[in-house]
Design a protein around this ligand. Structure first.
Ligand SMILES: Cc1ncc(C[n+]2csc(CCOP(=O)(O)OP(=O)(O)O)c2C)c(N)n1
Length: 355
């Protein structure tokens, strides 16, 4: 008969007499809320309002059948991209998923070019052949617009590699969602990015939901800023509903990456007001929940209050609103009246050669 294994002697764990709670490696500093001048704050307000009104108009055009296919709106999340991208230089690159209209506007792509892409016109930024999810402009250092969840993280890591290889001093801002943060390729990318100290800022736009699953239901570690820990990538959690907090975090992240310390993660806590895409029954959350966020944390209302505190009056705010509405209306008119691509365009921009 086989002998029962002898009970293993266990030693009592030694308690550390003086636990050292200091981090075992360098960490970025705690970001400070950005001290914006009045002009900067006005600019942030205008940019957020432009994105909001643009997206509302896109929603209307979709309802009228002028936009086909998928369309994901950025309403509620404006402070993230505005705060972060306001800190970029023209050497830096941006890549994101399919919820991309706002990021593009902030890269300097004219609203009418983005809207015309949504309506599938030749004058669109991707010649009307990409639509909402597949816009691209190398000229504006905007590298898409990607429909495969998480794919932009690997591509963004490649952009970081290119910045380093070319020594052009640029940094890649690679955005992805809380849902995407559970994709495998994200972690392969993290490993390489840290190993090679690539200049990438990974921005997790945690808007609390993937298509319809809340982050807490889908993620064993729902504090997403910690997701880089096992790769030695530091992370910072940021109030993504506050444009000044976003900008402050961008300053800290850019200082870290530009100093050659490798990638960094910013988890931006935010919220999307509208459905995941245009056909979302939204059974996974209540109207009251959405309304409560709108009432308490709206990024544009928050910025408006800061402006009022700085003495910006109602008349000036009204003028800004009118200016923005005009830009958006012109973009929509253009997008409705511009010609569609010629049928021959079906055969252009398609890879047919061997490579
Ligand atoms: C690889 C892959 N899996 C699944 C999908 C379907 N899908 C499209 S969007 C989405 C949710 C992603 O959520 P998140 O990353 O949080 O981004 P958000 O939509 O909230 O901006 C899913 C699962 C897809 N497009 N690609």
């Amino acid at each position: 008969m086989a002998k029962a294994p002898a009970a293993r002697k266990t030693e009592a764990p030694q308690s550390d007499p003086a636990p050292n709670r200091a981090p075992n490696r360098e960490r970025p500093g705690e970001p400070q809320s950005y001290r914006a001048s009045k002009d900067e704050l006005l600019e942030f307000y205008k940019q957020m309002l432009l994105i909001r009104r643009f997206e509302e108009k896109a929603g209307q055009l979709y309802g009228l059948g002028l936009i086909g296919g998928f369309c994901h709106l950025y309403i509620g999340q404006e402070a993230v991209a505005v705060g972060l991208q306001s800190a970029l230089s023209d050497k830096d690159s941006v890549i994101t998923g399919y919820r991309d209209h706002g990021h593009m506007l902030l890269c300097g792509i004219p609203p009418k070019d983005v809207m015309a892409e949504l309506t599938g016109r030749q004058a669109g930024i991707s010649k009307g052949k990409g639509g909402s999810m597949h816009m691209f402009s190398v000229e504006h250092k905007f590298y898409g617009g990607h429909g495969i969840v998480g794919a932009q993280v690997s591509l963004g890591t490649g952009l970081g590699f290119a910045h380093k290889y070319r020594q052009d001093g640029g940094v890649c801002l690679a955005y992805f969602g809380d849902g995407a943060s559970n994709q495998g390729q994200v972690y392969e990318s993290f490993n390489m990015a840290e190993l090679w100290k690539l200049p990438v800022i990974y921005v997790i736009e945690n808007n609390q939901y993937a298509m319809g699953t809340s982050v807490n239901r889908a993620s064993s570690e729902d504090q997403l800023y910690r997701r880089g820990e096992s790769f030695r990538i530091p992370g910072i959690q940021v109030d993504g509903m506050d444009v000044l907090a976003s900008r402050g975090a961008a300053e800290e992240a850019l200082a870290w990456v530009r100093a050659g310390k490798g990638p960094i993660i910013l988890e931006m806590k935010t919220y999307r007001y509208r459905g995941h895409s245009m056909s979302d029954p939204a059974k996974y959350r209540s109207r009251e929940e959405v309304q409560a966020v709108r009432d308490k944390s709206d990024p544009i209302e928050h910025c408006k209050k800061l402006l009022e505190d700085q003495g910006v009056g109602e008349a000036e705010l009204k003028t800004i609103e009118q200016e923005i509405r005009k830009i958006v209306a012109e973009a929509a008119d253009f997008a409705e009246s511009a010609p569609e691509p010629e049928p021959a365009e079906l055969y252009t921009d398609v890879l047919v050669e061997k490579y």
